[in-house]
Structures are given as C-alpha cells and as structure tokens.
Design a protein. Structure first.
Lengths: 280, 327
C-alpha cells in the first residue's frame, strides 16, 4: 500500500479535495453565496476583486458588467458544471456500459453490432454535432446534457467491452457457470462488479470532458442560456472586457481549470488505488 | 453396488480451425468411485471434463454417441436443464484456486448463492450450511471466514472453500480438474486426504483430472490414460500399475522417479518427442512417432484390445509384450 510515490498521492488527495469542495459549493450554493447571483446593480459594475485597487470587501471577486456579484455567480456556476458533468456521465455511462458489456459478453453477431456502433460514434465530429443539435433544438440545460450524453459514451463502451471480455474468461466466471448460475446472474453479479473499477476511472475522464465541452458550447453561445451563470458563459460574456478588467475572464477560467485538473487527479488516484487493491 | 453414474461414449470435441481436441473418448464413472483421467498437458483431459459439463468455450462443437448422467441423457438437455444439474448434482473444482473465487463477494455470499439458487434455501439456512461445510473441510473459525473476501485467504484455504462450495448441494458427481496442481506439496496432501474422506462419507463419485501419477496411485479406483484426444488405456488402478500395456502408459510410468530404484546421477526416464498436432482425418496411432515399438501397420486402424475384462487398451501389441524386445 505504501508503494506509490507520495507526489501521486498528494495529487490524488488534492483532486479529491477540489472535487468535494466544488460539489459542496454546488449543493449548498444558496446558503453560501454572499449576494443574489442574478441581482444587477448598475451602480457597481466591473468592481475589481477586493484585494485589488478599487476593490470592495463586499464583493470578494468583484462584479461583472451588469454589477452582479462575481463570487456568487461562480458558486452557482459550479452547480451547472457539476450537474452537466454528473448527468452526462450517467447518460453516456448507461448507454456505453450496456453496449460494451453486451458486446464483450455475447461476442459474435452482437459484438459486431456494438463495434459498428462504436465506430460510427467515433466518426462523428463531437463539437460540430453538439453545435448543430443545440442550434437546431435550442439551448437548455436538458438539451446540453442529452446531447453530450448521447455523444460521449464511446469510451465507456470500449472499456466495458474489453474488460468484460477479460473477466468473462476468468476462472470464477467458469466456476459460476459450473455452479449452475444463469446468464443474467453471471452478467450482472459476476462480470459487472469486477469491471466497475475500470469504469469509475473512465467516468472521471468523461466528466472532465463534459464540463469542458459545456464551457465550450456556452462560450460559443450554444450552451446553457443566460442569465444562468455557467462558467463558460461567464468567460464568453467577459471576453469583451478582458483588456481593461482581466479578472472577469481569469476567475471563471481558473475555476474551470482547477475543477478539471482536480477531477483528473482524482481519476488517476482512483486508478492507482483500485488497481493496487485488485492486483494485491 | 457399482452402478454407473456418468456414462460417456465416443465423445468428440472439435474447435474451429479444424483441430479435434477429443477424439472418441469413452468414460464411465461409477457411484462412489474415483476415476482418474491422466495425460500430458493438451491431451484433452480438461476439455473432456468441460464437455461433460457443457461448459466448452464458444467455437467448440461437441458430439457423442452417448452421454448420460444418472440415467439422464445430457446430449438432449437444453441449457436450462443443464444449469439445473450443474452445481447441484454434478459439481466442479478448478485448477487455480487463486482465481476461482469472485473477488467482489465474500466467501459466505458466494457459497450461499449456490444453495439458494438450486434449493431455494433462505439466506440464513444457506449460510448455516456453508459454515458447517467449511468446518467439515477443515477450516477453523468458519463463521469468520464466511465474512471474508477471497483475497484474505491463502491458496490452500481457497481450494478448501471451493470444495466446500462444490458440496453445498450434495452432488453425486464431483469433477476435479487438477485440484492440487497450484498448491504446495503439504497442502496438496491435505486436500487429497480430504477428498478421500468426503468420498467415503458422502458416497461421492469423483472424476479426477491430473497429470500426477503419484496422485493417481493414492486416489484412483479406475484410471484412464489419455493421449492426443483418445483414451489409450483404461483399467482398474491396481491393474494399470501392475501391468501397464500401452507403450505410452509404460513410458509415463518410467518417467516417475522412485527413490532407491533410480541410481543417483542416472538419467530419468522420458518419452522422446512431443505430443503431435492431430489434423482432421488423422488415422492410426497418434503415439507411433514417439513409440519404440512402432510398426508400419501403426498408421492403419488400431484395434481396441482387452487384456483382462475391465482392462482395455488401444494398440496393436499383444497384452504382455516383452518390455525391452524392440528397444
């Protein structure tokens, strides 16, 4: 257990702290915010963060171009990011894991169909399709979640398929057949629990990707609609002011960077941890 | 008394790509008897056992003239009917105890599952039986072991768990595929003694697959020697060791070093060559290229001969051919 280098452990711990912190902020956002994130105050526009010249103690991260408290918007933005991340992973995970496990377990014709679906999905340009779907149907949180969910399942499917193929041939699965277990039992109770640790790692990667994609879509004006405070939307709205008020683009940008980094650290840490206990 | 429990006639297993791993194997296991299946790696022992359980990998096709278990025709049985037999009336133990238990569940829940599935037993009752059986196979503190995960157990303990699990539903036939190969010698002896005791107590029939003639000598009532997918000799154990008739069986027995019989520094016996690949449509004796007694006729049909009733072998040579005549 004391095997892996301390630096990796620190990174994993840091990742866990960041993700838990952002999740905490997202869940308890209404209790944490100092101001109403939607309340505009045109007398106090573009107030710099409180540690800068001209800053106000009441607005820690300053205000935006409409005088809304930036810290409050950042905290509410965490809700959107986490919601998108989690919901997308659930949707894409359901699709990808189902396809992958079925393909890997049954093989043959079923596997051919699954492989074809994966190949099709991989040949679809992600951002382009997301853009066109959102611009056709219109942007809302639900549309973004389902668009991303329907596009991001490929890695789940690939990993679930290969790991299922490995587990399927292991002795304890043969032993389960020899004990007279049914096919569905072996699929759900023997195979699935033993590939879950691989899928958790994929889930963290996909979550980070989904959050970044949502930010990209929002930046392009096709993600969550204003006035919802998405981090990508905040960056988008701030880009006109970045030369004179650089903090308006830096604050959500850094938040996005830190969260995605944290999720990836956590994913790496989980992989080390789960890998270590499995192979011991 | 000796009623045939498992009767297999002319079993053939073919894998895709035109290799036949089992070529007409016939086996009979009587109630309460240990039938040992001996042979080199790759001779089709395990495949034969898996074919009996209908657990062959995808891409393998099985055919047989007759395959019956306690009067039930296994050939006509569908997957559902087979699943009812497996783990219930016929159980199997695998070679590798380290990987035969599911790492995701406790020992108790895996053991209980078998009985709940086949007998509809309650969780409580199944766990009680599991604890009793763990005690029976010589595991101390069974209550504690039930709550443990497989990685917390040693190899010997896991194999005991596997045996206890196989016994959950009082099977009539136990198929053990090299159950002690992965264990060290002391544990191996304990496990074999345990199997013998259990057989005496429960009247189990055991089909024991092994390549270790020492195990055969200790355990077997009846032995079938397999070579390249065929049973080349089958006899009661005492008979086989006293009068091995097929050249391959004699070769195998010569390979076992006996303390005191082999001079220090002398060469141990060995059989020259390796097991050949058998293409489809192969005729004659598969051992002929490695056999010191080979004759031109060995590439023709080989007659099945009977030395004495119950001792059959597949070779042209007469029973009791002189050992070193041609060598």
């Amino acid at each position: 257990m004391s095997g892996f280098p301390p630096l990796r452990r620190i990174a994993a711990g840091l990742g866990a702290v960041i993700v838990l912190g952002v999740a905490f902020a997202a869940i308890f956002a209404p209790l944490l915010v100092p101001h109403d994130p939607f309340l505009q105050d045109l007398n106090q526009r573009m107030v710099p963060p409180s540690w800068m010249e001209g800053g106000m103690p009441a607005h820690l991260f300053g205000t935006d171009q409409l005088g809304r408290d930036y810290l409050s918007r950042l905290i509410y933005g965490a809700r959107i990011s986490m919601l998108i991340g989690v919901m997308t992973v659930i949707t894409s995970g359901l699709i990808g894991i189902t396809l992958g496990v079925l393909g890997g377990f049954f093989g043959g014709r079923v596997d051919d169909v699954v492989m074809f679906a994966i190949t099709c999905r991989l040949s679809i340009p992600l951002i382009l399709v997301a853009l066109s779907v959102v611009s056709l149907i219109g942007s809302s949180l639900t549309v973004v979640v389902f668009t991303l969910g329907l596009l991001l399942w490929d890695r789940f499917a690939v990993v679930a398929r290969t790991t299922t193929m490995q587990v399927r041939t292991l002795d304890y699965v043969s032993a389960a057949w020899a004990a007279g277990c049914s096919r569905s039992y072996i699929l759900l109770r023997e195979v699935l629990p033993n590939i879950v640790h691989h899928l958790i790692v994929v889930a963290t990667l996909e979550m980070a990707l989904a959050i970044l994609l949502e930010a990209a879509l929002s930046f392009l004006g096709l993600g969550v609609p204003p006035p919802l405070p998405s981090w990508g939307l905040m960056i988008s709205e701030a880009k006109d002011y970045m030369f004179f008020s650089p903090w308006v683009i830096m604050v959500p940008g850094i938040a996005l960077f830190v969260l995605v980094l944290g999720i990836n650290f956590l994913g790496d840490g989980l992989r080390d941890l789960l890998g270590a206990t499995r192979d011991a | 008394m000796s009623e045939t429990l498992l009767d297999v006639q002319g079993l053939r297993v073919r894998f895709g790509g035109g290799t036949e791993a089992v070529r007409g194997v016939s086996l009979a296991v009587d109630r309460g008897e240990t039938h040992c299946l001996v042979g080199e790696s790759g001779c089709g022992k395990s495949v034969s056992a898996l074919a009996v359980m209908t657990l062959l990998a995808r891409g393998a096709t099985r055919s047989a003239e007759r395959m019956a278990f306690a009067g039930t025709d296994l050939l006509g049985l569908d997957e559902r009917g087979m699943a009812k037999l497996r783990g219930n009336r016929m159980a199997m133990i695998f070679q590798e105890p380290m990987t035969s238990l599911n790492p995701a569940y406790t020992v108790g829940s895996q053991m209980a599952e078998v009985m709940r599935r086949h007998r509809g037993a309650s969780r409580r009752a199944a766990l009680d039986r599991a604890a009793a059986l763990l005690g029976r196979v010589g595991i101390t503190a069974p209550g504690m072991r039930l709550a443990q995960y497989p990685h917390q157990l040693s190899g010997g303990l896991r194999q005991r768990v596997m045996i206890a699990m196989a016994l959950m539903c009082d099977p009539e036939l136990l198929i053990a595929d090299e159950p002690t190969t992965a264990l060290d010698v002391t544990v191996q002896a304990q496990i074999l003694r345990l199997l013998l005791e259990l057989q005496r107590e429960l009247g189990l029939a055991i089909l024991l697959i092994t390549h270790d003639l020492g195990i055969v000598a200790r355990m077997a009532h009846r032995v079938s020697v397999m070579y390249a997918g065929q049973v080349v000799e089958s006899a009661p154990a005492a008979d086989l060791f006293a009068a091995p008739t097929h050249p391959y069986t004699r070769g195998l027995l010569d390979c076992v070093p006996a303390p005191g019989k082999v001079a220090r520094g002398a060469q141990l016996g060995s059989i020259p060559g390796t097991v050949p690949r058998i293409p489809l449509g192969f005729t004659g004796c598969a051992f002929r290229d490695r056999c010191a007694q080979a004759m031109p006729e060995c590439s023709g049909d080989i007659p099945a001969q009977t030395r004495i009733p119950g001792h059959r072998y597949l070779c042209r040579l007469p029973a009791g051919w002189p050992r070193d005549a041609a060598a």
